[in-house]
Each structure stands twice: as C-alpha cells, then as structure tokens.
Ligand binder design. Structure first.
Ligand code: TNX
Length: 493
C-alpha cells in the first residue's frame, strides 16, 4: 500500500484482490467525479468505462446522506472547510468509495488511483492487469488547511501552468493554493478601479522579462477549475511593503508624487505604501473589494512581511486600518506572522515563516493574541530552498531542505504552547524559478512530503516507510511529465 498521504486507518484483506475488467462500469453520485475518474482511467486501460446510473457498477462513488446537510469539518474548530473524510472498500466484485461530501469522495478517488499500478498515470494504453489490493481504508485529514503557495510576481506563470499545479496539489489531497499576486517586481491581477496596476505594474518581472497578469475572466476560470478539485484559492496582495509595481503604475500612491521605475532585481524591503496618505486606504479598499468579489473562498491574504521601509508606528497604523477593510468584505484576514504586532482581527490567521525553533516577537504577539496559525516554517517547507549545494536553482537563506527535512517534523510541537494550528502551507518563491520545469523540480518530491505532514495522523507517519512509499511515485510523476529531484535518500526503482 503506497498511498501518499498515508491514510488514517488501513485494514488489508490479503485474501482478496479486485481487478478492473474491460467491461467495467462506473456509477457516481457526483456527476463531476464520475467523468473525472473515467477520463483518467480510459487512456491507460483502453477500456470504455461508461458512467452509468444503475447500481452494481465495478466502481461505485457514493455520497452518504449527511452530504445533504453540507457536513462541516470539526477539526481544530474550523468551519471553513467541509467534512473531508472518506472510505474505500475493495472486494473481489467492486471498489466502493464513500464520502459525506464531494470533497471526501474526491479524496477517496485519489486514494483509489494510487492503489492502482503506477502505469495508471500514463496517457497511452498500458498492459494490465489493473488490480487493487483488497481491504478497507478509513481516512480523514489531520489539518483542515493543506496548502502550497506560488509566487507569480517575481516570475509570471500563465493559467495553464497554474491548472496543472492545482492538479498536482489535489492528487495529494492538498486543498489550498495561495497566490502571491503582487510584489515589487510585478502586479498580476486586473483591478477595474485601478487599471494601470495590471497593464503597467504587471509588465515586468525578475530579470527583465515581459511579466504578465490575469484578467478577471482568467482568474475566475482558475477559481472554478480549482474548486472542482476542492482547491480553494487564497489571493495575496502584499502590503505595506513589496509594492514597487503598484507605485510604478500610479504616481499619486507615492508620497513625493513621482512613480519609480520598474524593478527587476531580487532585493526586498525598499518600497512602502504611505500609511499617512488618504489615497492609500481608498486604493487598498477598492483592491480588496474587487479581490473579494473574485474569491468564493473565505480568506484574503494581505502580506505584511518585510516592511523594512515602513516605520513600526506606520506599520501598526496601516494594518489597524486595513485589517477591518478585509473583514468588511466578508473575508477573513491572513497575513505573514508580522501582522501579530497589529491589533487582532476576529478569526485572523498568522502565517508563521520563521526558520528557528524560537518564534520572534511578532509571532509571540500573534500567539498571545490567540491568532489561528498556519505553519510555513522556512527551514522545513520553503520549496524555493535548494535541496543541496548542487541544486541548479533555488535559494539557501533558510538552509538546504532535503525531502527528509521537509517530512520529518510534527506541526503540533513546532511552536511553544498549544497554538490553534489550522494547517501547513509550502511556499514556492520564484526569484530563481523561471519555467514550469523549475517549479516541478523544486516541488517534487517535497510537495508530497508536506502533503503527508498536513494530512496524516502523526502516529501513522515515519520516515523509513515514507521513503519506500515515495519511491513508487517517481514513475507516476514521470508519466505526468514532471521532472523531479532524484533525492539520494529515496530508493527510486
Ligand atoms: C522571504 S517569506 C520573503 C519573500 C522572499 C522569500 C525568499 C516572506 C514572507 N518573504 O519576499 O521571496 O523570502 O525565500
């Protein structure tokens, strides 16, 4: 059983195997999922696999009655996500996947795909037999928030790249994609009230390339694509620092009324919005309102990191005015943990990105104020760090991060006390990342490692078993066209 993330409970039945036959059918209580599964299984098997209405199909996808009331998760007191539990039962006659919500059923389908031979991920006809080991799996996530972040500001990536990234996240039961939509080097989302943000602020990136931005229609298309795969988008506009791209587009946002030139380097901490300018808050409010309208998910991320050109007084004044603007849109504030210094907004989430065992004063303030905590410890889950000295791209300020380093830690004991941890997110900053192949290299295999940290119960996880399971996924990534880092601690086939 090589499923990643490892399920909460597995009861094998060694006396039984299921084999998918050429005349097999699929029946599904979810219209989307029946087609989704058939579309994935038809190319490698070459079977017709019709999606039928009559019970007794070889693959049954069953929504349990509680789905009607819209079951919510009770993990960590979080009601922002639905119940994601599922079961998979494999007998000689059929595979039955059951969930209380579409999300749970979707995760059961991911488990089923991983129980099949790795050739199931090929897009051309392969030899069978298409067998699944018998038994029963009962599974649910440890944390409600299991995410990755992609920085589309330092280098821009189009919607097709993001869709494939969403596919890959969702195959490992991750359910959040946080998009870092603005920074000094580029503004990536169209805003009707401030159109030059995208057309002027978006026309740059690290190294001097053309940059780019998402139209509202493109962004909406991505939101829908992700939602079908139970991935929520968390859009980030980073402020009050990291705003050079916005300042280039609108002179009036600058205290001296002069727009700076575009920035294509990689330094941080030189730009700021004026905390004392009225126009700053009109700008922020209108941007947040348009972003909220594009966002069915519960969160808006307002950055707040490395505001090194903003005085501490101005930072507090700015954040204490801006956080309520987020709440006024009906969304919940997420910020890098520096927002812990500012007043607590109800339900606020502080994203911890420290790289030491001891949290700094801002994180201590967040904990003392009772903020919910999203864990992104830089020395564990920063996907932009090199694996080792030979990695051809990446940074190393938080150290080298091997697969084992990304895997071998417990979110419950990272911070002192008993913080309200809602989950784990792996950020991928793109100062050195220019292509989709670069994304793949840094994300694989560390992304699946982080997915297991966030999903699986701690007692079910251990490094020796994980490295053996992970090895069997290499051929799957190759079928996906993902060029991954062949980490030397993994026994690749
Ligand atoms: C720190 S992490 C940053 C980013 C950089 C990243 C590079 C954080 C909140 N800020 O601006 O891209 O390091 O690893």
């Amino acid at each position: 059983m090589n499923v990643i993330p490892v399920p909460a409970e597995v009861v094998p039945d060694p006396s039984v195997t299921f084999t998918l036959r050429p005349d097999a059918t699929i029946r599904s209580d979810s219209a989307f999922l029946g087609g989704y599964l058939a579309d994935l299984l038809r190319p490698p098997t070459g079977y017709a696999l019709p999606v039928v209405e009559v019970a007794g199909a070889a693959i049954e996808l069953v929504l349990l009655p509680a789905a009607i009331e819209g079951a919510r998760s009770n993990i960590s007191g979080i009601s922002d996500f639905p119940d994601e539990s599922y079961t998979v039962e494999v007998t000689a006659e059929r595979v039955t996947v059951r969930g209380r919500t579409e999300a749970g059923l979707f995760y059961g389908v991911q488990t089923l795909l991983q129980l099949l031979p790795s050739t199931v991920d090929a897009r051309t006809v392969q030899d069978g037999p298409w067998t699944v080991p018998g038994g029963r799996i009962v599974d649910r996530p440890r944390y409600a928030y299991r995410g990755a972040m992609l920085d589309v500001s330092r280098h821009f990536f189009g919607v097709e790249v993001l869709k494939r990234f969403v596919d890959r996240l969702s195959r490992y039961k991750m359910n959040v994609l946080h998009l870092h939509l603005s920074d000094d080097q580029g503004w990536r989302i169209a805003v009707d009230a401030w159109p030059r943000l995208a057309t002027v602020g978006g026309a740059s990136q690290v190294g001097g390339g053309p940059g780019g931005h998402y139209t509202k229609a493109q962004y909406a298309e991505l939101v829908a694509y992700a939602a079908a795969r139970h991935v929520t988008l968390v859009p980030e506009i980073d402020m009050p620092g990291h705003v050079n791209a916005a300042l280039t587009a609108y002179p009036e946002l600058n205290r001296d009324g002069v727009a700076p030139p575009p920035y294509t380097g990689v330094d941080v901490g030189f730009s700021t919005l004026g905390a004392d300018l009225d126009v700053t808050y009109t700008f922020v409010r209108q941007v947040l309102e348009e972003l909220a309208a594009l966002t069915p998910g519960p969160y808006l991320h307002i950055g707040g990191d490395e505001a090194l050109s903003t005085s501490p007084e101005d930072y507090l004044a700015f954040m204490n005015r801006v956080q309520p603007l987020v709440t006024a849109t009906g969304k919940t504030v997420v910020g890098w943990h520096q927002i812990g210094a500012a007043d607590r907004e109800p339900g606020r989430i502080a994203q911890y990105w420290g790289n030491t065992p001891d949290p700094d004063n801002d994180m201590r303030a967040a904990l003392a104020k009772g903020d919910r905590v999203l864990l992104s410890p830089a020395n564990r889950v920063y996907l932009d760090m090199k694996y080792d000295a030979d990695t051809r791209i990446g940074l190393d300020w938080a150290g080298h991060i091997t697969v084992r380093t990304a895997y071998d830690w417990d979110p419950a004991t990272l911070l002192p006390g008993t913080p309200d941890v809602i989950g784990v997110e792996a950020p991928l900053w793109t100062e050195t990342v220019e292509t989709e192949a670069d994304i793949d290299l840094l994300a694989f295999p560390r992304l699946p490692a982080v997915a297991e940290v966030a999903w699986s119960p701690q007692p079910a996880r251990d490094w020796p078993a994980f490295r053996a399971r992970l090895a069997t996924h290499g051929p799957r990534w190759t079928h996906w066209g993902v060029g991954f880092h062949p980490d030397p601690e993994i026994p690749w086939p």
